[in-house]
Design a protein around this ligand. Structure first.
Ligand SMILES: Cc1ncc(COP(=O)(O)O)c(C=O)c1O
Length: 414
């Protein structure tokens, strides 16, 4: 840190400003979390400079003795944590992991059935804007318009008529559990592979507070920086018989040298995730999300699906005469960070939207509980209702800072 402030004070200052922003704002972005200092230390370690194309014992660079030890440890910990037969810890991100699974198991032009982005899916599940849709032929399933939950009968009908070679289960803004057993049965009926993308919920799965897809899916991809609270990056889990194809597709297929500093952080994250405190944290993450749903409902907001089973809540702003982009901007001006999100059947564009997505992981990591959630929702509502009154927004900002100070993300050493 000292070196940075001397060699590049400009960047050092931007980093310091970001630290201040993180400490003084409430992060309700469902895809984010506050990583512990040990993760940041591993990410910023000397391993960031090591080139190590290949895999432990089979590198294309010399000097990989410690890199090998590190990657073997990360793989071992990932397998043990999730009860998986094989783990590849090299994907740079969730999208890289998904790309690798598609290209390992399918031919260009093959059919994939996945969840519609506007119903909660992810760009890398064949959205027209993603390269995935240029390489594979996607069709999408959605949620039932009445229940706003996955319609498994529709998934089965589509699978039988479309005959995909792969079915993708997993989402970025679906607040309910996915029935992996049903998805696996549908995939088996049409001889398709089942890929579960658990990017958002990996921490909840690791802690055992929601069901795991491991027994049902052929492939599982996830990111380490969301509920799992690790560093940046992705992971692939699969059965032993697919390991060689997955390895070849990650390297040299879609990636070059792995980011060993991220592999180090992943190893730390898997270690921390098997501790009882981590399970408690994830249980509280669920409880806080449920509290968010309840508190918003009490204040007259409609909650998509009527509640949540995981770490996120999708709030429909229509009855409040607001759009997601307005809510996002107003709340950020008061120190509350959310993201606008389309809701099922949304008629508004993705940059406007009728909803906002609220996540509980980050505030739970800083030690907040249902009492603070109730207060946060009160502050959100005051800011949105009083959005045209600068004095109201100033008062909310002050209270946000007060709350943040009571729950520091990185407490100063005593
Ligand atoms: C379901 C899902 N898959 C994949 C990703 C992509 O992860 P990354 O941004 O690390 O590539 C995300 C990111 O939000 C996600 O929600």
């Amino acid at each position: 840190m000292h070196d940075l402030s001397i060699q590049d004070p400009e960047v050092a200052d931007i980093i310091r400003q970001e630290e201040v922003r993180i400490e003084n704002t409430l992060d309700l972005v469902a895809a984010e979390n506050h990583a512990p200092g040990s993760i940041l230390e591993a990410q910023g370690s000397i391993f960031s400079a090591k080139a190590a194309e290949g895999y432990p014992g089979r590198r294309f660079h010399a000097g990989c003795r410690h890199a090998d030890k590190l990657e073997v440890l990360a793989i071992h910990r990932a397998k043990r944590l999730f009860g998986a037969e094989h783990a590849n810890v090299q994907p740079h991100s969730g999208v890289s992991a998904n790309l690798a699974v598609y290209f390992a198991m399918l031919e260009v032009g093959d059919r994939i059935l996945a969840m519609q982005l506007s119903h909660g899916g992810h760009l890398s599940h064949g959205d027209p804007s993603s390269i995935t849709s240029r390489c594979f032929h996607f069709r999408h399933y959605g949620v039932d318009p009445a229940t706003e939950r996955i319609d498994y009968d529709q998934v089965r009908d589509l699978a039988q008529s479309f005959k995909p070679r792969m079915i993708v289960a997993g989402a970025s803004s679906y607040p309910r559990l996915i029935n992996y057993e049903k998805m696996a049965a549908i995939a088996r009926e049409v001889s398709a592979f089942l890929l579960v993308d658990m990017a958002h919920i990996a921490g909840l799965v690791a802690a055992g507070v929601i069901p795991s897809p491991v027994a049902h899916a052929d492939f599982i991809t996830f990111t380490t920086y969301k509920t799992l609270r690790g560093g940046r990056g992705g992971v692939i889990l699969c059965r032993r018989n697919h390991a060689a194809k997955i390895s070849r597709t990650i390297f040299p297929g879609v990636q070059g040298t792995p980011s060993l500093n991220l592999v180090a952080a992943k190893a730390v994250c898997f270690h921390l995730a098997q501790a009882p405190e981590f399970s408690e944290l994830q249980q509280k993450t669920l409880e806080n999300a449920a509290a968010f749903a309840l508190e918003f409902e009490k204040r007259g907001y409609r909650i998509v699906t009527g509640g949540t089973d995981n770490h996120l809540v999708l709030v429909d702003l229509t009855s409040k005469g607001l759009t997601g982009d307005v809510a996002e901007k107003v709340l950020e001006s008061a120190g509350i960070i959310v993201n606008r999100n389309v809701i099922p059947g949304d008629t508004r564009r993705a940059d406007v939207t009728s909803g906002m997505r609220i996540g509980s992981p980050a505030i739970t990591s800083r030690g907040m509980g249902p009492g603070q959630v109730a207060r946060i929702v009160e502050l959100v509502d005051s800011a949105l209702v009083g959005r045209h009154q600068p004095s109201v927004l100033e008062q909310v900002s002050r209270e946000v800072i007060g709350l943040c100070r009571q729950f520091p993300v990185y407490p100063a050493p005593s």
